[in-house]
Design a protein around this ligand. Structure first.
Ligand code: NAD
Ligand code: TYD
Length: 356
């Protein structure tokens, strides 16, 4: 079996669902259930003996030691993190705690467990760390996309904390020989995406008749990847990645934010036209820019394609169509996650049209 952390979050729950859809190897899913973790995402696994959910912190060494001793995983896939740049600007402490200290404790517990393995089980063990392209910083227009050799230049507390965790993972390989793999992925979108992030926020606000807040001029560029393609990349790297190596994962799909929002609006205009006949794009409102806002991210995913034969299955056109349809089909999921803590965040963050 494998130990997945953060498996109740956006990417984690997609990963758990896809893993159990394509195979039968059981998962122990360790997740703290912060505001971003949601067991509704995993409701279809309620009676599935292949999935064991444990609520807990990746920073809890005693709990980790017990989980390793009891379940003897053959691999760890670390997806647990604080993940929202804007939240990291308002309050970085949790990012330091989970992304850096938490990853350190997880590495320590893994090292202790792996150190006790022998023979084929020790050989086969893997620790896969899921990270982000944001560790590389911001690209100038026209500059080559991020390759794995690009230097680390994180600009937000979020990306700095992820960069620190990547360095720890690397060090545990070089110092202790821990069999690690790291993936640095571009922006994901798809089902179960918490509506604090651009794409689900825009879908949700559009349908609710609220403004669609565009930071600055909306010309910041991101490289969008459908979440299920990210999950297949993680599976592939876990299966065949070279030990100690990092793999950049991306969709070959750079788009300015305004273009992304325009596409979502056009799909909604077709699938769920506004009662007054106006275009959803009329709800766009330019708001104050995010401090330190990275202008452009772009991933060069050549290595994972050349070495491991992975390429995304979805184009942005097909992935975004599926995503908008998923949100239209799951109003109860959106309703559940947009209560309480969510409303408090939105109220605080977008007060007077300012993002910070
Ligand atoms: P998310 O915020 O949706 O989910 C994070 C999950 O981790 C939540 O379920 C939360 O409850 C859990 N968690 C938080 N702190 C924890 C702790 N201390 N112990 C155990 N569980 C904890 O994030 P996501 O978008 O699913 O991202 C998952 C991973 O992928 C993160 O490491 C993130 O940096 C990385 N990543 C995300 C993207 C993206 O576009 N979302 C892109 C590249 C990489
Ligand atoms: P986000 O989904 O927060 O991902 P990240 O900051 O990790 O790339 O934001 C994606 C882009 O959308 C980013 O350039 C910030 C921008 N953005 C807005 O313009 N308005 C918003 O309300 C949000 C949440 C993001």
């Amino acid at each position: 079996m494998i130990l997945v952390t953060g498996g109740a979050g956006f990417i984690g729950s997609n990963f758990v669902l896809d893993w159990l859809a394509v195979g039968d190897e059981p998962i122990v899913n360790l997740d703290l259930l912060t505001y971003a973790g949601n067991l509704d995402n995993l409701a279809s696994l309620e009676d599935d003996a292949r999935h064991l959910f444990v609520r807990g912190d990746i920073g809890d060494g005693d709990l980790l030691a017990r989980l390793f001793a009891t379940h003897q995983p053959r691999a760890v896939v670390n997806l647990a993190a604080e993940s929202h740049v804007d939240r990291s600007i308002h309050g970085p402490a949790e990012f330091i705690q989970t992304n850096i200290v938490g990853t350190f404790r997880l590495l320590e517990a893994t090292r202790a467990y792996w150190g006790g393995l022998a023979g084929a089980r020790r050989e086969a063990f893997r620790f896969l760390h899921v990270s982000t392209d944001e560790v590389y910083g911001s690209l100038a227009p026209g500059a080559p996309a991020f390759a794995e050799s690009h230097r680390y230049e994180p600009n937000s507390p979020y990306s700095a904390s992820k960069a620190a965790s990547d360095h720890l993972v690397r060090a545990y390989h070089h110092t202790y020989g821990l069999p690690v793999l790291t993936t640095n992925c571009s922006n994901n979108y798809g089902p179960y995406h918490f509506p604090e992030k651009l794409i689900p926020l825009v879908i949700h606000n559009a349908l609710a008749g609220r403004t669609l807040p565009i930071y600055g001029d909306g010309m910041q560029v991101r490289d969008w990847l459908y979440v299920k393609d990210h999950c297949s990349a993680i599976r592939r790297v876990l299966e065949a990645g070279r030990l100690g190596e990092t793999y950049n994962v991306g969709g070959w799909n750079e788009q300015p934010n305004l273009e992304v929002v325009g596409t979502i609006c056009r799909i909604l205009d077709q699938l769920r036209p506004r009662a007054d006949g106006l275009a959803y794009f009329s709800q766009v409102a330019f708001v104050q820019d995010r401090p330190g806002h990275d202008r452009r991210y772009a991933i060069d995913a050549t290595r994972i394609e050349r070495e491991l034969g992975w390429r995304p299955a979805e184009t942005f056109a097909s992935g975004i169509q599926k995503t908008v349809q998923w949100y239209l089909d799951h109003p109860e999921w959106v309703e559940n996650v947009t209560s309480g803590a969510y409303r408090e965040w939105i109220g605080r963050h977008y007060a007077a049209g300012a993002p910070a």
